[in-house]
Design a protein around this ligand. Structure first.
Ligand code: C2E
Ligand code: CA
Ligand code: CA
Ligand code: CA
Length: 279
């Protein structure tokens, strides 16, 4: 009826107001988050599937704001991206992650991999690769220990600067990983056209491999295809022993997920590394 229609309309505008209000608040607070030291980087280990040993970590942003509390990256990263704040924030993540990696090199006398997420706007910056090079030199990090995780969004409308940056990154020996593999429309053609080293199978596929034969089939095919293309294949979102055993049987290379560890503050991640090295 007409009335219902009007109510629905009122409901949506009210909700939209709330969303807009929240968004503006998040944006306002995000503008001063860096200089107020509200952002930090957590580290989630990824393991070699066969040995279950930690071989590296993914750097993941965390934001704790006095007014808003803990805000998730899924909420604030898109806002950082739209406002351009991601440039400074992304630089902070790279510097923090490389600082940590250089400390691990010194403490543990071995090289752990460090994976960093890079967003579309960040990747399109003309000086992105120069900034990366400077940081690698500054923290004395071997380029092969660094991996940049990009999603299809980075490659969308692939133009000169994208191709140029990917090639330049590949040339300095930094790895490139396709994140959230399987969720987009064009992953396959991108894999063919760009110099990827790693493929990260999205956690939505891993989630049901023990119960959904179709998903198991897809993950098996993704692993086989990745290997056929000489890529390292990582499964994200591994939560159970059953999933782990299937991935091991499918010869998946690396795994990441709550089964091994949730993302941790740097000191807790280092305690894990230390424990692993002792045994
Ligand atoms: P992502 O790159 O796909 O990162 C993996 C997400 O899965 C992380 O969420 C991680 O905490 C979560 N995760 C890890 N293991 C499990 C598991 O076993 N089960 C489940 N259900 N989830 C698991 P988080 O930290 O909330 O980050 C969400 C997204 O925000 C990331 O997805 C990434 O797209 C973005 N993000 C986080 N940090 C950064 C950053 O520094 N820069 C950029 N550009 N994006 C970031
Ligand atoms: Ca990622
Ligand atoms: Ca992912
Ligand atoms: Ca994701």
């Amino acid at each position: 009826s007409k009335d219902q229609g009007r109510n629905t309309y009122t409901f949506y505008t009210h909700q939209m107001n709330l969303d807009m209000h929240r968004r503006l608040k998040v944006e306002e607070q995000l503008r001063s988050a860096l200089k107020n030291h509200e952002l930090s980087v957590f580290f989630q280990p990824f393991v070699d599937i066969r040995s279950r040993k930690i071989i590296g970590a993914e750097a993941l942003l965390r934001w704790n704001n006095e007014l808003l509390g803990q805000v998730t990256p899924d909420e604030f990263i898109p806002i950082a991206e739209q406002t351009g704040l991601i440039i400074a924030i992304g630089q902070y993540v790279i510097q923090t992650a490389l600082t940590a990696a250089s400390q691990w090199q010194t403490y543990f006398n071995r090289q752990f991999k460090i994976a960093v997420n890079v967003s579309p706007k960040q990747f399109r910056e003309s000086n992105f690769v120069d900034m990366l090079k400077v940081s690698l030199t500054q923290y004395d990090i071997h380029p092969s220990t660094v991996e940049l995780e990009i999603t299809e969004g980075v490659l969308l409308n692939g133009d000169q600067i994208i191709t140029h940056n990917l090639q330049a990154i590949n040339d300095i020996g930094v790895s490139i990983s396709m994140d959230d593999f399987g969720t987009g429309y064009s992953s396959l053609s991108y894999l063919r056209s760009y110099p990827f080293n790693t493929l990260k199978v999205d956690k939505s596929f891993i989630n049901d491999i023990t119960v959904d034969p179709g998903d198991l089939e897809l993950v098996g095919a993704a692993i086989a295809m990745g290997h056929g293309l000489n890529l390292i294949v990582v499964a994200e979102g591994v939560e159970t022993e059953e999933q782990y055993h299937l991935l091991n049987a499918l010869k998946c290379d690396y795994g990441q997920g709550y089964l091994f560890s949730k993302p941790l503050p740097q000191d807790e991640f280092e305690a894990l590394l230390e424990a692993q090295i002792k045994v």
